[in-house]
Ligand binder design. Structure first.
Ligand code: 13P
Ligand code: SF4
Length: 322
């Protein structure tokens, strides 16, 4: 099957129950569906596992099913494939990229590493396999602080590609890691002025912020943390109202797990809507998921030699996250 657009563009048979058919095909194909917290609500509803970037990597590493359908962005499917080279890994739309991963081309990152000899290279999981292959330890926003803290205090470190997460980790660990100048377009779009105004209108609300957000947004947060950490904070907190400065897909799980609590998406700089959506994450639809299971495509392929190099820093992360 030729995948011309990044996904299988076949018409959906009229009158079918799409959700029921996806579940039927999943069983037939012996597949497991994993979804990131930023996926559409209806995809999260169907998934066997929902998690942040760390959880998805951990789940892939111990998965037994021969087929993993990863409803997330390309680097997440690639990480699963690197960890499970003998499994079929499907991402229902291969054009689901990531602006943060794109902000760090492997050849430029290699030159950056060469310009800083003697440094340990830490890369965020939001990177291509080629960047991971240049890396000593991969991290996610869930474990970056713990992993950096585990290294000797005088260890020289390069951190890429997210300047905001890197800057945050420097501030909480007291390190002076050399930072790659990359960012995520979703987490950089929040407006400090609008957030302050929203807090004034909801003074009992706690502000939850992902560390991919810039420092001025982080400074007004009650909690800075990974997607999973923000969810846990909302569950455990006595507060009943939260302003959430991260991708709005997480509100689905927050509302599901915290009935009775109110979640307000933080406003972006532009426009009047409060919908902070990652356009890449939202490319995965029920129709594409259905076709991907029906045609067992598009699959993620990673060159075996490249995968052998890229798996080492991912396995190191998994080891250090225990
Ligand atoms: P986490 O899943 O680690 O919170 O990262 C957020 C993100 O932007 C994923 O692409
Ligand atoms: Fe990449 Fe940002 Fe989308 Fe996450 S939210 S996948 S970092 S573009």
């Amino acid at each position: 099957m030729i995948v011309e657009k990044g996904y299988i563009d076949e018409p959906i048979p009229a009158g079918i129950d799409l959700k029921a058919e996806i579940l039927r095909l999943k069983k037939e194909r012996n597949a497991v569906i994993m979804a990131h917290y930023y996926q559409r609500d209806e995809i999260q509803e169907l998934a066997d596992h929902i998690g942040d970037s760390l959880a998805l990597a951990q789940l892939a590493a111990k998965e037994e099913a021969p087929v993993i359908v990863l409803c997330g962005v390309h680097f997440m499917g690639e990480t699963a494939k690197i960890l499970c080279p003998d499994k079929t890994v499907i991402v229902p739309d291969l054009s689901a990229g990531c602006s943060l991963a794109d902000s760090c081309p492997a050849d430029e990152f290699a030159a950056f590493i060469d310009a800083h000899p003697g440094h340990t290279v830490i890369s965020y999981v939001n990177t291509t396999a080629a960047v991971k292959a240049l890396t000593d330890i991969v991290v996610t926003s869930s474990n970056a602080q713990k992993i950096v803290d585990s290294l000797p205090a005088d260890e020289k470190i390069i951190f890429g590609p997210d300047r905001n997460l890197g800057n945050y980790i420097n501030s909480v660990t007291g390190r002076k890691m050399v930072l790659w100048d990359g960012a995520c377009h979703v987490h950089e779009q929040f407006s400090v002025a609008k957030l302050v105004q929203l807090k004034k209108e909801n003074d009992d609300a706690k502000i939850l912020v992902h560390p991919e957000c810039p420092k001025p947004i982080r400074l007004i947060a009650d909690k800075v943390g990974s997607t999973q950490a923000l969810l846990n904070f909302a569950i455990d907190s006595d507060a009943t109202k939260f302003i959430v400065a991260t991708e709005s897909g997480i509100l689905f799980k927050m509302r599901q797990l915290c009935p009775g609590k109110t979640f307000i998406p933080a406003p972006p700089e532009d426009g009047t809507c409060a919908c902070n959506e990652c356009n890449f994450m939202k490319l995965i639809t029920l129709e594409k998921l259905y076709n991907s299971l029906k045609f067992m495509a598009p699959t993620i392929e990673v060159d075996r030699e490249l995968a052998k190099r890229a798996v080492k820093p991912i396995r190191r992360m998994l080891e250090l996250s225990k």
